[in-house]
Ligand binder design. Structure first.
Ligand SMILES: Nc1ncnc2c1ncn2[C@@H]1O[C@H](COP(=O)(O)OP(=O)(O)OP(=O)(O)O)[C@@H](O)[C@H]1O
Ligand SMILES: [Mg+2]
Length: 258
């Protein structure tokens, strides 16, 4: 039978999101020479026992362009599911490509889903595509939140995080925020205590959702909803994404970057 993994609490997810955002903000805006991370994804966010986030794998990082150049033109080497659309299409790399990838990771933490998951029903393989309608329609933010939290998340925090993810995932790179702006939005979200589970609205909504879900997915193929946190029955004390979850969907084989 195996014991059921406890989902990572909402406040810890926000703490990790903040820590990772600070890391990128530092690279983009504070490092002596600005750096574009280029391969930002959950498996490259390492966690210590207190869930302090550290960024790993600088093998693909690039010095940001200086002067009049606005981007670095490179062979596309990001990871499918995380790479910004303009980077995939043109190879133009800017710090805003990192902001997009950050948005995907933020979404993974909010939803408990992986950026790419072929085990999900058709139409839900790509996390961003699945999430977009609920990101666009602000009132629908609660549909994004990991159901395994069972309402143990801050309503205001989830709303703000959704809006933030939406901005980071803008198709227009210029519309994406700076990482320092992301940091400022996230800071106050860590300690919010307006838990959805204690709101009447959420309880009603949750009941309806559970019923709707068992009528569709569950009944159709007998699959249980699943997510990316603690699948191995352990909290992710090593990295945000366990090795077993590391995305194999690289767009091109690893070059001699490392
Ligand atoms: N220093 C480390 N401490 C703990 N876990 C690590 C460390 N470095 C990597 N990992 C974990 O080991 C696994 C493999 O990491 P690795 O960096 O080789 O691949 P990846 O992160 O999936 O992809 P990429 O090669 O693009 O970074 C990942 O789950 C990663 O989080
Ligand atoms: Mg890695």
């Amino acid at each position: 039978m195996g014991h059921r993994a406890l989902p990572l609490p909402w406040s810890i997810r926000m703490k990790i999101a903040l820590g990772a955002a600070k890391g990128l903000a530092f690279l983009h805006e504070e490092a002596e020479r600005p750096v574009i991370y280029r391969d930002f994804k959950s498996s490259n966010v390492l966690l210590d026992v207190d869930y302090n986030a550290k960024l790993s794998d600088f093998g693909l990082a690039k010095d940001a362009p200086d002067g009049d150049k606005t981007h670095v033109s490179t062979r596309v080497m990001g990871t499918y599911g995380y790479a910004a659309p303009e980077y995939v299409m043109t190879g133009h790399l800017t710090s805003k490509s990192d902001v997009y990838s950050y948005g995907v990771v933020l979404l993974e933490m909010m939803t408990g889903r992986r950026s790419m998951d072929k085990n999900r029903p058709n139409g839900e393989h790509n996390l961003v595509e699945w999430a977009r309608p609920n990101l666009r329609e602000r009132r629908r933010f609660y549909r994004l939140i990991d159901p395994r939290l069972e309402g143990n998340f801050s309503i205001k925090g989830a709303q703000k995080a959704s809006q933030l993810a939406h901005a980071c995932l803008s198709r227009d790179p210029k519309a994406r925020p700076l990482m320092s702006e992301v940091v400022e939005v996230l800071k106050p979200l860590i300690n919010l205590k307006d838990m959805a589970s204690s709101s009447y609205f959420f309880q009603t909504m949750q009941t309806e959702r559970t019923m709707a879900h068992s009528n569709s997915v569950g009944a159709r193929n007998g699959m249980k909803p699943q997510g990316s946190f603690g699948r191995n029955g352990q909290p992710p004390t090593r990295s945000l994404s366990h090795g077993a979850h590391a995305s194999p969907y690289h767009q091109s084989p690893k070059p001699n970057a490392r």
